[in-house]
Design a protein around this ligand. Structure first.
Ligand SMILES: [Cu+2]
Length: 382
């Protein structure tokens, strides 16, 4: 329960842990410095400006040149976000959004990320790319204090969609992840996506759905507690985290982030690639009224996609991708098919699809109407 003392202990803990991590970072950096820098001067460089999810920056599906060095910049933003009408979170974010932005490159490209931790932040942060090889996914080379920046370059050797997340050491790792610090990178095969027969397939749009489990404590009055800063929130939040029952399970940072006016859109006949990440906990996306035509459930494009799925599984700490061509107009719900999490905890998105209804696929033969129980009821029921 929240007390002034607990808040102070929380803050002290936050201050103490990064100090221990700092020395480990120094050793790791020294080890890295022993190797000669690789000469990539023959490669072209390209700067990409990231955009906030569910949207994805412009990119080629099939690479027309390269490999190249693709430069990205991300700023770590610590800020309070509203998660629901009555719930707020002291969030840690990449570029101010939960989840962080999706990066897209091609296999064989080099990802070169400049990561900024602005001076107004309180904490150390870093980034662990599941797509990268070595140094804790880059986490050991990117730990930065407020006021510091760092540049990490890694070669995107494996095609797929992969999670990235903050991993600053010890109990800071789960806390930063469930406070919003995760995102996704898509490494496309240079010649694009292939179906189960190895034939090329394409998409008209990509939507990135990042799922988060939040652990917001309640006070004695039963209301969600709101905190002045992250340090003050730590002790009470940790207690809820360790119970493993999230207060919220949401898409893109908040209940309703992808419904109503914020719903995803598509047109009948369009093919949409849904990328779904969950950095901490299992999920099971399902498109109500639709399917996964081709699903890379584990998200890795060297494996053949599964076909015609109704629901797919996203392992905690991974991203998956599903390709679907919308055949029928209307509002589709894209949910975590643990329906308690979808409806009561928040994990629902909507896709509004324009087009002309196809009665061959589905027709309402009789609209809901009262029936005569005395005559029809006896024959209709056993
Ligand atoms: Cu962090």
């Amino acid at each position: 329960m929240f007390t002034r003392r607990a808040a102070l202990m929380g803050a002290a803990f936050v201050a103490a842990v990064p100090y221990v991590i700092k020395s480990a970072k120094a050793e790791e950096t020294a080890a890295n410095a022993g190797a000669a820098p690789v000469d990539l001067s023959a490669l072209t460089r390209r700067k990409v400006k990231l955009v906030a999810p569910p949207f994805v920056h412009e990119h080629e599906h099939v690479a027309t040149s390269g490999p190249e060095i693709v430069e990205f910049e991300m700023k770590i933003v610590e800020k309070e976000i509203q998660v629901d009408e009555d719930a707020w979170l002291q969030a840690f974010t990449y570029n101010g959004s939960v989840p962080g932005p999706m990066l897209v490159v091609h296999q064989g490209d080099y990802v070169e990320l400049t990561l900024f931790n602005p001076p107004e932040n309180m904490l150390q942060h870093n980034i662990d790319f599941h797509a990268a090889t070595g140094a804790l996914g880059g986490g050991a080379l990117t730990l930065i204090n407020p006021g510091e920046k760092t540049v990490l370059r890694f070669k995107a050797t494996r095609p797929g969609v992969f999670v990235y997340h903050c991993a600053p050491g010890g109990p800071m790792i789960p806390w930063h992840v469930v406070s919003g610090m995760s995102g996704c990178i898509m490494v496309l095969p240079r010649d694009g996506l292939k179906n189960h027969l190895g034939e090329p397939v394409s998409y008209d749009r990509v939507y990135y759905v990042g799922e988060n489990d939040f652990y917001i404590p309640k006070g004695e009055d039963g209301a969600y507690m709101r905190f002045a800063d992250a340090g003050e929130s730590y002790a009470d939040t940790l207690e809820v985290m360790n119970g493993l029952i999230p207060s919220h399970v949401v898409f893109n940072g908040k209940v309703g982030a992808l419904t109503g006016d914020n719903a995803l859109t598509a047109a009948q006949g369009e093919t949409v690639l849904f990328v779904h990440s969950q950095a901490n906990r299992d999920s099971r996306p399902h498109l109500i009224g639709g399917h996964g035509d081709l699903v890379w459930e584990q998200g890795k494009f060297n494996n053949l996609p599964a076909r015609d799925l109704e629901t797919w599984f996203i392992r905690g700490g991974s991203a998956g991708a599903a390709l679907y061509t919308f055949l029928q107009p209307g509002v589709y719900a894209y949910v975590n098919h643990n329906l308690i999490e979808a409806v009561n905890k928040g994990a629902t998105a909507h896709v509004v699809v324009t087009g002309d209804w196809n009665n061959d696929l589905m027709e309402q033969v009789v609209a809901p109407v009262e029936y005569d129980v005395a005559s029809e009821g006896r024959t209709a029921l056993p």
